[in-house]
Design a protein around this ligand. Structure first.
Ligand SMILES: Cc1ncc(COP(=O)(O)O)c(C=O)c1O
Length: 401
């Protein structure tokens, strides 16, 4: 596993300073991930999908490097608005909305929305002068752990009728969008989807419907196995090639979430209990699947984990979370040193769909987010004589007001 820039001693000092559990959020990594993807897709406008990590510091860091934003609800609108993001840099891509949601986004000034069925399309009749719609298509992808086409998107066969229906209702339809599923293992489905959309865009043009935008969604993967950087340029090369065959002047968009957010967070939690059950050591830590490790359930991810311990002995063990529920188990049958209360568990690649989906079940508070400019900066601060905290910002992770 890739070594962190932080030493074990740093993490122990951090626990003393901030209290366990916490997530260290590296804003330089957030910016770096965005810039890498931007370099790999230079002709795209990248809208960071806020949902995997809806955090004010992340929004500010991304805004500073020129990102646009992809929103899915009113809380996300409040968040980007609070950070001074222009509504012109936002798209709203939840395929299913209440009338009040549409009005909330329009009041903010965001006018780009998604639809994938007639019922949703008709909701825009009262706002037809003020909206620009993208028609979302489904491209099922059993190769992804999170296949979003199960729930959203019309089939390619239904697309022309839904585009025509918008025109007949006098509603401005401006493009197509899709999401081939999160954590795509390869770009094959992105390429197939772009090729299918190319055909629909040309068919629409022939029928007098001028589509100006293609939004290829998210799905850009990270390496949970080794916590190494993904070669995102290699992943995107076939996507770039497929896009070269699209009509010129088409505006290209993407909605990356996980790729930007996942590598930026490290979770630190502490052993709070030790027992032996049927001759197997059980270690109970103060963060679990109802907390920062919620993605283990909802997002089907096993995070790279390590422990900080002095024990030279290892044994097949169970690592469990702090709640009273027996589903709250992080790992079983894993080789661990003989841990004691106060030893630390470190989880990596924990920025996406982790704290965002954490609960406060059993009234156990969510892990704090310690937002830092960079890990180097945190290392310096933890080791400086001066005890004051300057670049660190400690947030009790809660709903964003
Ligand atoms: C509409 C939409 N856009 C973007 C994303 C982000 O996808 P990913 O995290 O795979 O990049 C999602 C994830 O659920 C989504 O539903």
């Amino acid at each position: 596993m890739k070594q962190s820039l932080l030493t074990n001693a740093d993490l122990k000092k951090a626990v003393k300073k901030f209290g366990s559990p916490f997530l260290i959020q590296d804003l330089s990594k957030v910016q770096n991930q965005y810039l890498q993807l931007k370099q790999a897709l230079p002709n795209f406008r990248l809208h960071y999908a806020v949902k995997p990590l809806p955090d004010a510091n992340v929004i500010r860091a991304l805004k500073a490097v020129g990102a646009s934003f992809d929103l899915a609800g009113n809380g996300e609108i409040d968040l980007v608005k609070s950070q001074g993001v222009s509504p012109n840099d936002c798209i709203h891509t939840h395929p299913i909305k209440k009338d009040s949601d549409i009005r909330y986004a329009l009041e903010f000034g965001c006018s780009v929305f998604v639809y994938d069925n007639l019922c949703e399309l008709k909701k825009f009749i009262p706002y037809k002068k003020n909206v620009q719609l993208l028609l979302r298509l489904s491209f099922p992808n059993p190769e992804t752990p999170v296949d979003l086409s199960k729930k959203f998107g019309c089939t390619p066969d239904e697309a022309m009728d839904l585009l025509k229906a918008a025109c007949e209702l006098g509603i401005n339809v401006v493009g197509l969008s899709f999401h081939v599923g999160s954590q795509a293992p390869n770009p094959k489905r992105h390429v197939e989807a772009i090729e299918t959309c190319n055909g629909i865009i040309r068919q629409a043009q022939a029928d007098g419907i001028d589509l100006k935008i293609l939004d290829i969604g998210g799905g850009f993967p990270v390496d949970y196995l080794n916590a190494e950087d993904t070669d995102i340029d290699a992943f995107c090369a076939p996507i770039r090639e497929a896009c070269n065959k699209l009509p010129v002047n088409l505006e290209l968009k993407a909605e990356p979430g996980r790729f930007i957010a996942a590598p930026c967070m490290i979770s630190v939690s502490s052993v709070v209990g030790v027992s032996r059950r049927q001759d197997v050591p059980w270690y109970y830590v103060d963060d679990g699947v109802y907390g920062s490790y919620s993605g283990q359930i909802f997002d089907h991810v096993v995070y790279p984990k390590s422990v900080i311990s002095d024990s030279p002995l290892t044994e097949k063990s169970v690592l469990a979370g702090p709640t009273c529920d027996s589903i709250d188990i992080l790992a079983e049958g894993i080789n661990l040193p003989h841990l004691k209360v106060g030893d630390l568990l470190v989880g990596r690649m924990m920025g996406a769909y982790t704290s965002a989906t954490a609960t406060e079940f059993n009234f156990i508070p969510k892990a704090k987010i310690i937002s830092v400019e960079s890990l180097e900066k945190l290392h310096e601060e933890l080791n400086s004589q001066d005890d004051s905290v300057t670049t660190l910002e400690i947030e009790q992770k809660a709903r964003l007001a």
